[in-house]
Write a protein that binds this ligand. Structure first.
Ligand code: XLS
Ligand code: NI
Ligand code: NI
Length: 433
C-alpha cells in the first residue's frame, strides 16, 4: 500500500440525492438497463498515461504535478502500478488501458526496454489476478521518443519501421498475455509536416503494410480481441493519414482490412476533424466498424486536443444513443482518455474527475437507452423515410436513370418539400436529458 490516496474510501452508489462529494449518483453498476447491467454496458476504463504518467505540462510550461513515482527506475514503475491499482480499487471500474511507455522505464537499448516492460507486465498481471480490473486495451507509444519524430511505420528510415514493428509485437504479446480485449493503434506521427520532404504514396503504402502485419500477427498468436485504429485529423502531425472514420475506412478497403479492423473513436478527435462525436460513431456503425470509444471532451474555443473529462450530459447521451442503436459494445468500452487540468494538483482531484465522468456517462447512457426504448426518435426517422417502403421506390434502385426519367414523366412526379422537424426532435431529446 502506498499512502498516495490516504484515507479516500472506495466510492459507492448513493443515489441522486446524495450530498457526499465522492459518490456515484447515477452510476449504479448493477442497475439493469435494456436487460443488461449498467457496468457491462458502459465498460469503463482508466487510462494509465493521463492519470499516472502525465506531469502536467503544456506548451508554455513544464511539470506541475508532483508524484512520488516519477522517475525512470523499476522500483518507481512498480510504485506507479501500486498507485494505479489503488485508484482502481477506489473507483471500482472494470477496465484500464496502457501504452508500453506508461508503465515501464525506458532502457538503454530496445532489449533492455523490453525486459523492463515484460517485468512490469508480469507485476501488473499479478495485481489483476489478485482481483484488479481487466485490460480493455493495450497499445504502443510510437510518438513520444525523438526516434519517432518523422513517423513510426511511415518513417523514411526503415530502421524506425523495424523498431516500431518490434515495439508493437511486444505490446501485442503483453496485451494477449494479460487477456486484453482489444489492441489499439493510434498513428500520432503517421502523417507529415510538409509535402516538400514527404513521399506521401510510399508512406501510406508502408502504413497499410504495417497494419496488415499487425493483423497477421494477431492471427498467428491467437489473439481473439479486436484490432482498433483510432482516427485523429492532426496533432501532433500537421496532416495525419487516419483523419477520421470515413478516411480510415477507405484506407482499410485499400489494404483489404475492412473486415479485420474496427475503430476506437475519441470525442476530442471527432471535434478536431470538424465532426460531432455522434457523427463519427454513427458513421462507424453504418460501416460495421464501431469498436470502442475514448471518452473525453475538447474545449470548443481553444481548437486543440485538451482531453478534458466529459461533463455534458446531452452530448454524451447522443453518443451512447449511436452505440446502443448499433447493438452496444462487444469487446469495446468507455476508456477515459482524459486528464485533469494542470492546476488540479491534489490526489482527490484525480478521483473526483473519474467519479464525475462515470456519473455523467451513466446519466447520458440511461437517457439514451430510454430514448431508444420509447422509440420517439426512431418512429420519426422511420416516418421520414417511409416513402422508400413502396415497391415502386425500391425498384428504382435496381433500375437506372432512364427508368427514373420514365417514372417521373408517367406519374407526373412533382415532389413537395416536407419539414425536417429538427426543433421538435431536439425537444424530444430534451425530455430525456
Ligand atoms: C492521443 C490519443 C492517444 C490514444 C492512444 O490523442 O488519443 O491517447 O488514445 O495512443
Ligand atoms: Ni486523443
Ligand atoms: Ni485516444
Amino acid at each position: 500500500m502506498t499512502d498516495f490516496f490516504r484515507d479516500i474510501a472506495p466510492v459507492r452508489f448513493e443515489g441522486a440525492d446524495s450530498t457526499s462529494e465522492l459518490a456515484y449518483r447515477h452510476y449504479d453498476p448493477d442497475e439493469m438497463i435494456m436487460g443488461k447491467r449498467l457496468e457491462d454496458h458502459l465498460r469503463f476504463g482508466v487510462a494509465w498515461w493521463h492519470s499516472f504518467a502525465w506531469p502536467g505540462g503544456d506548451p508554455f510550461g513544464g511539470q506541475t504535478l508532483e508524484r512520488p513515482w516519477f522517475g525512470d527506475t523499476m522500483d518507481l514503475a512498480r510504485m506507479k502500478a501500486d498507485v494505479a491499482f489503488e485508484l482502481f480499487a477506489i473507483l471500482g471500474q472494470p477496465f484500464f488501458c496502457f501504452h508500453d511507455l506508461d508503465i515501464r522505464p525506458e532502457g538503454a537499448s530496445f532489449a533492455e526496454s523490453t525486459r523492463n516492460f515484460e517485468a512490469i507486465v508480469d507485476y501488473i498481471g499479478e495485481k489483476m489476478a489478485a482481483g484488479g480490473p481487466d485490460l480493455l486495451w493495450g497499445t504502443a507509444n510510437l510518438f513520444t521518443h525523438k526516434r519517432f519524430m518523422s513517423g513510426a511505420a511511415t518513417n523514411p528510415d526503415p530502421d524506425v519501421f523495424a523498431y516500431s514493428a518490434a515495439t508493437v509485437k511486444s505490446c501485442m504479446d503483453a496485451t494477449h498475455k494479460l487477456g486484453g480485449q482489444n489492441y489499439v493503434l493510434w498513428g500520432g506521427r503517421e502523417g507529415y509536416e510538409t509535402l516538400l520532404n514527404t513521399d506521401l504514396k510510399r508512406e501510406r503504402d508502408h502504413a497499410g503494410r504495417f497494419l496488415q502485419m499487425v493483423v497477421e500477427y494477431k492471427h498467428k498468436i491467437g489473439f481473439d480481441g479486436a484490432i482498433l485504429v483510432e482516427p485523429k485529423p492532426q496533432e501532433p502531425s500537421k496532416h495525419q493519414y487516419d483523419y477520421d472514420v470515413a478516411t480510415v475506412y477507405g484506407f482499410l478497403k485499400e489494404f483489404g482490412l475492412e473486415k479485420e479492423v474496427q475503430m476506437n473513436i475519441e470525442q476530442g478527435h471527432a471535434i478536431l476533424a470538424g465532426h460531432s462525436f455522434e457523427h463519427e460513431l454513427g458513421m462507424a456503425a453504418s460501416l460495421g466498424i464501431l469498436g470502442s470509444i475514448d471518452m473525453n471532451r475538447n474545449d470548443y474555443q481553444s481548437g486543440w486536443d485538451t482531453d478534458q473529462f466529459p461533463n455534458n450530459v446531452p452530448e454524451v447521451a447522443l453518443a451512447y444513443y449511436e452505440v446502443l442503436k448499433a447493438g452496444g459494445f462487444t469487446t469495446g468500452g468507455t476508456n477515459f482518455d482524459a486528464k485533469i487540468r494542470r492546476q488540479s494538483l491534489d490526489p482527490v482531484d484525480l478521483v473526483a474527475a473519474h467519479v464525475g465522468a462515470m456519473d455523467i456517462c451513466a446519466r447520458g447512457f440511461k437517457a439514451a437507452a430510454k430514448m431508444l426504448e420509447d422509440g420517439a426518435l426512431e418512429d420519426a426517422r422511420a416516418a421520414r423515410y417511409a416513402g422508400w417502403d413502396s415497391d415502386a421506390a425500391q425498384s428504382m434502385l435496381s433500375g437506372g436513370l432512364e427508368a427514373c426519367f420514365d417514372r417521373v414523366i408517367a406519374d407526373g412526379i412533382a415532389p413537395e418539400p416536407r419539414s425536417g422537424q429538427q426543433e421538435r426532435l431536439e425537444n424530444i431529446v430534451n425530455r430525456y436529458v
